[in-house]
Design a protein around this ligand. Structure first.
Ligand code: SF4
Length: 359
C-alpha cells in the first residue's frame, strides 16, 4: 500500500523534474488543441526524432482543421508517408471533416466527445483534454503504464487500476494536469525505461514500491510473446511504353488508400518469380515477362510480417483488372514520387531506374 500523501508527493516531484528539463518534444509548447492533437497522433508508434522532422512539415501543409478537412485523402497520405500506421492519417482526415461539420471546426474539451471522433481512443482523448484544456484526465500510454506499475508495484494492472492511480496523482492541488501527464510520459521514456530504469538517480525512488520490493524488472509483468505469422509476397514493377503500373488500395483496411505495385501472396512451394507472373496473369489479367530481382524487403506490421520480393517485369498483353484495388494507373517512373506508397515499398522505388521496358 502506498503511504499517506504519496500521490501528492509523487505528482509534485514529477512536475518539478519535468519543468527542469529542456527537451524538444513536438506539441510540448503548444496551446492550440489542433496542433496538440496532431503531435499526439504522430507520436504514437513513431520515433520522436521522426516526429520532430515531420510535425512542422505536416502543419505547414495543413495548418488548421479546415485545411486538413478540405484536403484530398491522397494529399494527407502523401504527407504521412514514411511514418507508417496510415490508419492514423486516414482517421485524422475523417475526424477533421467531422469537426468541421459538427463542431464548428473546434476540438471539444470533453473526453467523451473527443473519444467519439475517428482514431481518438482513451489515451489521445486524455492527452488532448489535459494538455489543451487543463482537464484532470488520465492519459495512459505504454510509458505511463510502466511508471505507474512500478511506483505502485502492480504486476498486471487493469486499465481501471491505472486510471485510478493516475486520477489520484492528478488530484494534486496546483498541479496542471497536462504538465503532469507529459511528465509521466517523459519520465517513462527517459528515467523509468523498460530494461534499465535509472533507480539510483531517480527522484521518485523513496516512494517507489517496486524499488522498495526490488521488483522493477518484472513490473509490469509481460504477456507471453507470440511469433507473428509471416507472408511472402511477390510484386512486379510492370513497365509498358515507358510507364509503370500502380494500383490504389481500397480506402478501408490495411494500408487503405495507398498505392502499390501489382502482386500478391506467394503460395506454398512457389518460387517468388513464378508467383509474380501468376498473380499478374490470374489476378490482374496481364501477361508479362518477369525480369531481374529489384529488392527483397522484410517488413513487420503489428500482427504479421511480410517479405516483399520485387521484380522488374515487361508488359506483353492484357489490361489491368481485379477487385483488389480501386484504381489502376500507368505512370512515368519520375511521377512515382507524387504518390503515397507503404513504407515497405521505399526500397523498390529506390531500385527503379529509368523508363526501360526491358526487364
Ligand atoms: Fe522507475 Fe526505479 Fe524510479 Fe521506481 S525507482 S520509478 S522503478 S526509475
Amino acid at each position: 500500500m502506498p503511504s499517506p500523501g504519496v500521490h501528492e508527493r509523487l505528482a509534485r516531484t514529477l512536475v518539478t523534474w519535468f519543468e527542469s528539463r529542456d527537451r524538444d518534444v513536438p506539441g510540448r509548447s503548444e496551446s492550440d488543441p489542433y496542433r496538440i492533437w496532431i503531435a499526439e497522433v504522430m507520436a504514437q508508434q513513431t520515433r520522436i526524432a521522426t516526429v520532430r522532422e515531420r510535425y512542422t512539415e505536416f502543419l505547414g501543409r495543413f495548418p488548421d482543421v479546415h485545411a486538413l478537412a478540405e484536403a484530398e485523402l491522397d494529399a494527407v497520405l502523401k504527407a504521412w508517408e514514411g511514418m507508417g500506421y496510415y490508419a492514423r492519417a486516414r482517421n485524422l482526415h475523417r475526424a477533421a471533416r467531422v469537426l468541421v461539420e459538427e463542431h464548428e471546426g473546434l476540438l471539444p474539451d470533453d473526453p467523451a466527445a473527443l473519444r467519439s471522433l475517428p482514431g481518438i481512443g482513451p489515451y489521445t482523448a486524455g492527452a488532448i483534454a489535459s494538455i489543451a484544456f487543463d482537464r484532470a484526465e488520465p492519459a495512459v500510454d505504454g510509458n505511463v503504464r510502466r511508471v505507474l506499475s512500478r511506483l505502485f508495484d502492480l504486476e498486471r494492472p487493469s486499465a481501471a487500476a491505472l486510471e485510478s492511480e493516475s486520477r489520484r496523482l492528478l488530484a494534486t492541488d496546483g498541479v496542471r494536469p497536462g504538465t503532469l501527464n507529459q511528465a509521466l510520459m517523459d519520465f517513462g521514456g527517459s528515467v523509468c525505461t523498460p530494461r534499465r530504469p535509472d533507480c539510483d538517480a531517480c527522484p521518485l525512488a523513496a516512494d517507489c514500491l517496486a524499488f522498495k520490493h526490488d521488483t522493477q524488472a518484472s513490473r509490469p509483468g509481460r504477456s507471453k510473446s507470440v511469433a507473428l505469422p509471416h507472408h511472402p509476397i511477390a510484386v512486379a514493377v510492370l513497365r509498358k511504353e515507358g510507364r509503370v503500373l500502380i494500383g490504389k488500395r481500397p480506402e478501408h483496411g490495411l494500408l487503405g488508400g495507398l498505392w502499390e505495385f501489382p502482386g500478391g501472396k506467394i503460395e506454398a512451394g512457389e518460387a517468388p518469380r513464378q508467383a509474380a507472373a501468376r498473380e499478374l496473369q490470374e489476378e490482374m489479367c496481364i501477361e508479362a515477362t518477369i525480369g531481374r530481382s529489384i529488392a527483397v524487403i522484410p517488413h513487420a506490421f503489428s500482427h504479421f510480417r511480410i517479405t516483399l520480393h520485387a521484380f522488374e517485369a515487361a508488359w506483353v498483353s492484357g489490361e489491368p483488372c481485379g477487385r483488389a484495388v480501386t484504381e489502376w494507373r500507368w505512370v512515368r517512373p519520375e511521377e512515382l514520387s507524387a504518390y503515397a506508397f507503404p513504407a515497405a515499398n521505399r526500397d523498390i522505388l529506390a531500385g527503379i531506374s529509368g523508363a526501360s521496358d526491358r526487364p
